[in-house]
Design a protein around this ligand. Structure first.
Ligand SMILES: [Zn+2]
Ligand SMILES: [Zn+2]
Length: 293
């Protein structure tokens, strides 16, 4: 009989509760097991009392907006993920996205999808536009133009509605920073799953961009990320799970969920050299300011 302890797929245990409540600034409840209700109750039991639910395609963004309308502790962000935009334009025979296999739709299909994101971004429970940005890890050169066009459109939508911009930046730091500068970044811009080094953190700090750290800041090989966190101003730092991905150490590889935020907060407090409660208070305040709730 397999024992619980050796089951690599078992959910990690509940961490010690935080004494000061924080928000999970970026999660995907629709990709996690169990109900929304269960996830929220479990998270709140350890001091994670607010979550930002992030949509990655049109259906996911509609769901995020509906879920935020249904639960006081959920806020929504809506967008076409940087890997979703090229699939809409060029087609997705493998059906990698949750919307399944599809024919190439060209720029017209992208415009239609963006119009729906624009409509959702106006809703009161939608506090952010994203995740958008650039992903050079999963999208090859053929998808670059669609990705960039989608990114620029999301920046414009965020500014017009006065919502936070949530950036996904994978292996694309210089181009993301350049495009933000060219378009003019919204007043509140969040680098989700911050992945730059300390030098980039200083650039972000000067621009007033929020930096949201995920469970990978706990990984053994993530010293450059911890160096970035060390120089990031306390007033610009957020915490997130990006669940079900990026489960913090020592639970790497097991399913992630908002209730695991305290594990990452404790690792971050050690890096910053501040008390857990002091960091938690800053994280809570910063997330509320970033998403204006
Ligand atoms: Zn992302
Ligand atoms: Zn995400």
């Amino acid at each position: 009989m397999p024992s619980q302890a050796s089951d690599k797929n078992a959910p990690p245990p509940l961490p010690e509760p935080l004494l000061v409540s924080v928000a999970d600034s970026h999660t995907h409840l629709d990709m996690q097991s169990g109900t929304v209700e269960e996830a929220l109750v479990k998270a709140a039991s350890v001091g994670v009392t607010t979550v930002v639910q992030v949509g990655c395609d049109v259906n996911g963004s509609r769901w995020a907006a509906e879920t935020a309308a249904a639960y006081d502790s959920v806020h929504a962000a809506v967008a076409l993920h940087p890997n979703e935009a090229p699939r809409i334009v060029h087609g997705d025979p493998d059906g990698w996205s949750r919307q399944g296999a599809r024919e190439p739709g060209g720029d017209t299909a992208l415009d239609e999808a963006l119009a729906e994101i624009d409509r959702l971004a106006a809703l009161p429970h939608v506090k952010g536009v994203g995740e958008t940005g650039l992903d050079y890890f999963r999208t090859g050169p053929e998808g670059k133009a669609a990705q960039e066009r989608s990114f620029r459109a999301h920046v414009e939508i965020a500014k017009r509605h006065g919502k936070a911009l949530v950036i996904h930046d994978r292996d694309a730091h210089a181009d993301v920073l350049r495009i933000l500068k060219e378009e003019g970044a919204p007043e509140r811009t969040v680098f989700h799953c911050y992945s730059g080094d300390a030098a980039m953190a200083e650039v972000c700090a000067r621009a007033g961009y929020f930096m949201s750290f995920a469970g990978n800041v706990t990984f053994k090989n993530a010293q450059p990320l911890r160096d970035a966190l060390a120089v990031a101003p306390l007033g610009l730092v957020l915490v997130e799970t990006d669940a079900p991905f990026l489960t913090p150490a020592p639970y790497r590889g097991r399913p992630n969920a908002p209730y695991l935020v305290p594990v990452t907060v404790r690792a971050m407090a050690a890096v910053k050299g501040v008390e857990e409660d002091v960091l938690a208070a800053a994280l809570a305040e910063n997330t509320a300011r970033a998403f204006d709730y």
